[in-house]
Design a protein around this ligand. Structure first.
Ligand code: NAI
Length: 255
């Protein structure tokens, strides 16, 4: 491997690591040499993956985390720092979707999606930023946004608004935190098959969506590996405030 992609000696905390993309990233980072903290609410799943990583020679631990609670964010960071000394990489991956047209979105649905996808990512990023600034060693924060923050479709108003805001917050934090050697970047995936969308993508409507993707396929979590390893590692040391789109060309297609 080109050596600047190597994560040996670095510790990565990944939110929403109990399933899908976050769970996959924990294994990607471990195979690149990082210590990994899997953080989410379903601790049974976290323990299972941490053990799986351990059995293949990697170094992983878990922390219970609900990103909507500052106290929970605090506790997860405290546990991770105690275990590994410091955190060098944070992936803000936890997220939820909701499916209703804008006229029908309830206030509680709006709050739930914004609290998780935007405020939750903010709470985690701020805690990470304070930790990385304190010891003056810096680090890399990677926000998982979405092409839905850039293009639109029906039925996802709170989700699309939250992702667009997180995309922009990425640039604001990059600007403010460059002085602390903290890089803040984002990945905007297109359709990646996971629990969040499996039912929709397998439905007749979902299958139709393939026609809008120039590469004519949905992505798999491993399609994001190149982007996440780039942003996590020293290979991207002069990148901050960037969003890498990984979508098979979807953003380029007409509606
Ligand atoms: P997923 O549903 O498998 O994973 C989301 C994870 O976030 C789950 O582990 C869930 O338990 C966790 N989570 C939700 N609320 C949480 C909370 N309050 N505290 C801690 N963890 C919480 O879905 P997927 O696809 O792996 O999603 C990961 C990220 O990627 C999300 O931010 C999603 O919006 C984003 N994304 C996914 C795309 C896709 O096509 N799958 C496309 C674009 C973005």
């Amino acid at each position: 491997m080109y050596s600047s992609f190597d994560l040996t000696g670095k510790t990565a905390l990944i939110t929403g690591a109990s399933s899908g993309i976050g769970n996959h990233f924990s294994k990607t980072f471990a195979s690149a040499g990082a210590n990994v903290v899997l953080a989410a609410r379903r601790t049974d799943r976290l323990k299972e993956t941490a053990a799986e990583i351990g059995s293949t020679g990697g170094n992983a631990d878990w922390a219970r985390l609900d990103v909507t609670s500052r106290a929970s964010v605090e506790a997860a960071f405290a546990k991770s720092i105690e275990r590994f000394g410091r955190i060098d990489i944070v992936v803000n991956n936890a997220g939820i979707a909701s499916a209703s047209y804008a006229l029908d979105v309830s206030e509680s649905d709006w709050d739930r999606v914004l609290d998780t996808n935007l405020k939750g990512a903010w709470l985690v990023a701020q805690r990470a930023g304070r930790h990385m600034a304190e010891d003056q060693k810096g680090g890399s924060v990677i926000n998982i946004v979405s092409i839905l923050g850039r293009r639109v479709m029906g039925g996802v108003a709170p989700y699309a608004a939250a992702k667009a805001a997180l995309d922009h917050l990425t640039r604001v934090l990059a600007y403010e935190w460059a002085r602390y050697a903290i890089r803040v970047n984002a990945i905007a995936p297109g359709y990646i098959i996971t629990d969040i969308n499996r039912d929709y993508l397998n439905s007749p409507m979902g299958q139709k969506a393939i026609r809008k993707i120039p590469q004519r396929r949905f992505g798999q979590p491993q399609d994001l590996d190149g982007a996440v390893l780039l942003l996590a590692s020293d290979a991207s040391s002069y990148m901050t405030g960037s969003t890498i789109v990984v979508d098979g060309g979807h953003l380029q297609s007409s509606m």
